[in-house]
Design a protein around this ligand. Structure first.
Ligand code: F0G
Length: 362
């Protein structure tokens, strides 16, 4: 029987040789592309979700971490560092463990979800809660990597982008061609950069490659930021970014220009969605599609619903929304009603009649 071998082995011919000398993998990639009839109905399009929460540490970061960590291991590195809103730290910590390396993590104090903090600590990272936001953490991580012998594994590291582009490959492999539209959340803007690179390479638009084209076209890239943290939409950095979607609480994305390039070259958009829209999309994904995501991951769905309401989704268009991280990382949002009140499950005695009564089966 065939077992998925991780993205480096599966896409060896499309990844640089230097990540293949000493492969560090936890079996990432090969995630499901799930048809979402509830979203198709609401948008008049044909919608699929690419469920990146199914990666080993529960987010898309693992695709980039296998390549970044393999590259570092190939060079004999002993330690890595990252700034993170949570998922990068969880992924870096796990892959550093697999590589036998030390992992240093800088996170914004009190602003990362408990599941992610738990992962980084469980995997033995040296985690520091920084008095500042993600952007401050990234500045510090970059300086640390310049001065000390630790490798930076944030998405400004090109090896990260190489790994994450395989998400686009898998979408095309599953559908037989690129979709019309690819929607995703935007934070530090590494992932939109990576997906655009992947779609271009698969369409034979990579000047440096003589591999055959797999797709006949590229999708329009639709990126969505959280309204309180939407620097690309605003056109300037946001000094105090805010949003309940802590994963994308970022005011000065490192790959800002690449994100604008992806938007403009693809004929796409980068727009903002409010926390209310994000939580509404989160609820729809949970209760109508059957996919549990963390709030940031619902931003792409919120975006296509917003554009559908405005009449900006072409009828019958094939849309893939990448949902980036697992709901179990930040589960508290499921326990809130639409009006903001707490969900309190009903209590019953351990008696079948009481249970039937509570269920109104009579
Ligand atoms: N979705 C989730 C669940 C994320 O964790 C992130 C980024 C994004 C979307 C945005 O991706 O930054 O490539 O535009 N999380 C980073 C982290 C910043 O530290 O875990 P991006």
């Amino acid at each position: 029987a065939h077992q998925w071998r991780g993205i480096i082995a599966e896409y060896a011919d499309r990844l640089p040789a230097h990540v293949q000398e000493r492969v560090v993998t936890l079996g990432e990639g090969g995630t499901p592309l799930v048809a979402a009839p509830a979203l198709s109905e609401r948008t008049g399009a044909e919608v699929f979700v690419k469920v990146e929460g199914m990666n080993p540490t529960g987010s898309f970061k693992d695709r980039g971490m296998t390549t970044a960590m393999s590259s570092a291991a190939g060079r004999g590195a002993k330690a890595v560092v990252c700034a993170s809103t949570g998922n990068t730290s969880a992924s870096a910590a796990a892959y550093a463990t697999a590589a036998g390396m030390l992992c240093v993590v800088l996170v914004p104090d009190g602003k990362i979800a408990m599941g992610k903090l738990s992962q980084a600590i469980a995997h033995g990272a040296k985690l520091l809660q920084v008095d500042g936001n993600f952007d401050d953490c990234l500045v510090a991580a970059r300086k640390l990597a310049e001065v000390y012998s630790v490798e930076l594994v944030n998405s400004v590291n090109p090896d990260r982008i190489e790994g994450q582009k395989t998400g686009a490959f898998e979408i095309v492999d599953a559908l037989g061609d690129a979709p019309d539209i690819h929607a995703l959340p935007v934070g530090n803007a590494g992932n939109i950069t990576a997906y655009w690179k992947g779609f271009r390479e698969y369409a034979g638009l990579d000047a440096g490659s003589d591999l055959p084209a797999v797709a006949t076209r590229t999708p329009a890239m639709w990126g969505f930021q959280a309204a309180g943290s939407a620097p690309i939409v605003a056109g300037h950095p946001i000094t105090h970014p805010e949003t309940i979607a802590t994963a994308i609480r970022i005011g000065n994305p490192a790959s800002w220009q690449q994100a604008e390039q992806a938007r403009d070259q693809s004929g796409g958009v980068i727009e903002a969605v409010t926390d209310e829209q994000i939580l509404a999309a989160h609820r729809i994904l949970s209760s109508e599609v059957g996919v549990f995501v963390e709030p940031a991951s619902a931003a792409g769905v919120a975006g296509i619903l917003m554009r559908a309401e405005r009449g900006q989704v072409p009828a019958g268009a094939r849309i893939v929304v990448t949902v980036t991280g697992h709901g179990l990382k930040d589960p508290q949002w499921a326990l809130r009603n639409a009006d903001g009140s707490d969900v309190t499950p009903q209590r019953v005695t351990a008696d079948v009649v009481a249970i039937a009564d509570a269920l109104e089966l009579g």
